[in-house]
Design a protein around this ligand. Structure first.
Ligand SMILES: CCCCC/C=C\C/C=C\C/C=C\C/C=C\CCCC(=O)SCCNC(=O)CCNC(=O)[C@H](O)C(C)(C)COP(=O)(O)OP(=O)(O)OC[C@H]1O[C@@H](n2cnc3c(N)ncnc32)[C@H](O)[C@@H]1OP(=O)(O)O
Length: 157
């Protein structure tokens, strides 16, 4: 894993996100990294839910939590890939920030709340301002959700 999470390179004005902003004390503060620094195609993040992230039954996670984690890991992965494609260090100006245009999730099985969850991302396409990201969320090596995201880079203005 890289020493610095993708989200730690976001400038202060973009660090309030509920899912991954390091300046949001009420948020999830997700942190995403390259899976392999030598092969910058896949990304990873880990998150252990809190008891209050429950979705109806005490030992299973709320679907909105899963969507939030996939959302933030996907946009962070898109930004990292775009910086890498431009040969630039993350966070350098001009800032590249992606927002979610579309997020389609398949919930495959209930997600346990007491385990560490692992998120993977793969940038399958990056053309112009648009990135397509294949995402998954697993617990104990078993996929609980998969998703496809279209993320779009904000225009400089
Ligand atoms: C949280 C910020 C939300 C507000 C955004 C404003 C300012 C924020 C500033 C910075 C944010 C910084 C950090 C955010 C941190 C974490 C984010 C976590 C993830 C989120 O929680 S983020 C919130 C939910 N998210 C939104 O709040 C987006 C609302 N939305 C829009 O702001 C526009 O809708 C936008 C920008 C998406 C596109 O608008 P646009 O005018 O810039 O670009 P355009 O329409 O030309 O699309 C360009 C290419 O994307 C394709 N495309 C567009 N939409 C598509 C779709 N749905 N499906 C398939 N393809 C699509 C087109 O087909 C074209 O493709 P092609 O180039 O191939 O023709």
């Amino acid at each position: 894993m890289s020493k610095q999470a993708f989200q730690d390179s976001y400038p202060a004005e973009f660090s309030h996100c509920y899912g991954c902003g390091h300046d949001n004390p009420h948020g999830l503060q997700l942190k995403s990294y390259w899976l392999d620094e030598e092969d910058r195609t896949h990304t990873v993040a880990h998150f252990t839910p809190k008891p209050y992230h429950t979705g109806g039954v005490p030992d299973k996670a709320y679907g909105g939590l899963i969507a939030s984690l996939l959302d933030c890991h996907g946009t962070a992965s898109a930004a990292a890939a775009a910086y890498f494609k431009e040969g630039r260090k993350m966070g350098t100006a001009p800032i590249l920030r992606f927002v979610t245009a579309s997020l389609s999730i398949d919930f495959l099985r209930p997600t346990p709340i007491k385990e560490e969850l692992t998120l993977y991302g793969e940038i399958t396409q990056l053309e112009g301002r648009k990135a397509t990201v294949a995402l998954s969320l697993s617990a104990n090596g078993e996929p609980c959700a998969t998703a496809t995201m279209i993320a779009v880079a904000l225009k400089p203005e």
